[in-house]
Design a protein around this ligand. Structure first.
Ligand SMILES: [Zn+2]
Ligand SMILES: [Zn+2]
Length: 348
């Protein structure tokens, strides 16, 4: 058999489609994975709606930037670097590997990726929502050992992204501290678990959906409230009028950003992680004194090893709904309608 099924974006703004396409062959340095699981993420909706057009993506393109697979073939020059039949996750934010950011492990902030046409899988080149996928470098493969690929695949983004955001704010989360988590979706439900496990701080989860607030409590949030104008007063009351040491905004829409500005403490950290397109206004008297505003993106390769280790120890439990790849179109529509709880994962 030389063809495979893939969920592809054909034209920006239109539903992705299940198509029959050729199985790719690994060129020099490349590895071929037989996909075991692919996570769908809210950014996929944004890609379909506008990013693919804005960035001139080569279309059709297979979606899926959360990818798990088994190594089944490798091109010249790389065979000695990989283990056939090994189960792996794919590190997503590919970089040049040479610049100062990449040298420090921050491939997610590579200076050259954009200019050199290096895209993450599923975000500018073919991703994992298919039966097979090519990976350009052996270093992007992180072994999952005994983890179930369906459970593990959201680690590549839904866990890696909040874990990375937590790193620079961790020192502020002591036993007297509060962390606010906006948005209990794919990333937020993992963020709650990470904060609870890695820090002694109390977590206040905010969301617009009652089901997501129930999930927040299940994941260990100390408090869970509706994200609306009243939430500011609730957070101020809980924190004795001082605000939370750290705010993590996994929605990033204008409404959550406007609320976040009023909940962050003096010298606190305000992490705007979500890609909801909201804009923060920053200036004297507008944000709390000496407040740090962060705009993190994804995470490092080392951090992906960390979240895999945490998952193997049972610290991170991913709330996953599994759908067959053939149902990818319908699953995408569920995601678009905000019906997915935790993470939607496609399996070929
Ligand atoms: Zn994502
Ligand atoms: Zn680089």
């Amino acid at each position: 058999m030389s063809t495979m099924k893939a969920i592809q974006l054909i034209r920006p703004g239109e539903w992705p489609e299940l198509r029959e396409v050729p199985i790719p062959r690994p060129g020099p340095g490349q590895i071929l994975l037989r996909i075991t699981a692919a996570g769908l993420c809210h950014i996929d909706v944004t890609v379909v709606e506008r990013v693919a057009a804005e960035r001139n993506y080569r279309l059709p393109q297979t979606l899926g930037h959360e990818c798990a697979g088994r190594v089944v073939d490798a091109g010249d020059g790389v065979k000695h670097l990989v283990n056939m039949s090994e189960d792996v996750l794919v590190y997503g934010p590919w970089g040049c590997g040479r610049c100062r950011q990449c040298a420090e492990g921050y491939e997610n902030y590579c200076y050259n990726a954009r200019a050199r046409g290096i895209f993450p899988p599923g975000l500018g080149r073919d991703g994992g929502a298919a039966e097979y996928m090519l990976v350009d470098r052996a270093r992007y493969l992180v072994p999952i050992k005994d983890l179930d690929p369906v459970q593990a695949v959201p680690l590549t983004d839904a866990a890696l992204t909040p874990y990375h955001a937590l790193q620079h704010s961790r020192a502020k989360l002591d036993a007297n501290s509060y962390a606010v988590v906006f948005g209990v979706g794919g990333l937020g439900h993992v963020a709650i678990q990470l904060i609870k496990h890695l820090t002694p701080a109390r977590v206040i989860a905010l969301d617009v959906s009652e089901r997501h607030l129930a999930l927040a409590k299940e994941m260990g949030a100390d408090y869970a409230f509706r994200s609306n104008a009243d939430a500011v007063e609730i957070v101020q009351d809980l924190t004795h009028g001082q605000g939370a040491e750290v705010v993590f905004d996994f929605a990033g829409v204008q409404a959550s950003i406007d609320l976040g500005a009023k909940m962050t403490k003096v010298r606190g950290d305000w992490n705007i992680v979500g890609i909801g397109g909201g804009k923060a206004t920053v200036g004297f008297g507008v944000v709390p004194y000496e407040c740090n505003v962060f705009s993190p993106y994804w995470g490092t390769r080392g951090e992906l090893y960390d979240v895999v280790a945490l998952a193997r120890r049972g610290v991170i439990k991913l709330h996953v709904e599994e759908h067959p790849l053939e149902d990818g179109e319908a699953t995408f529509q569920r995601l678009y309608a905000g019906q997915v709880m935790g993470r939607a994962v496609l399996t070929p």
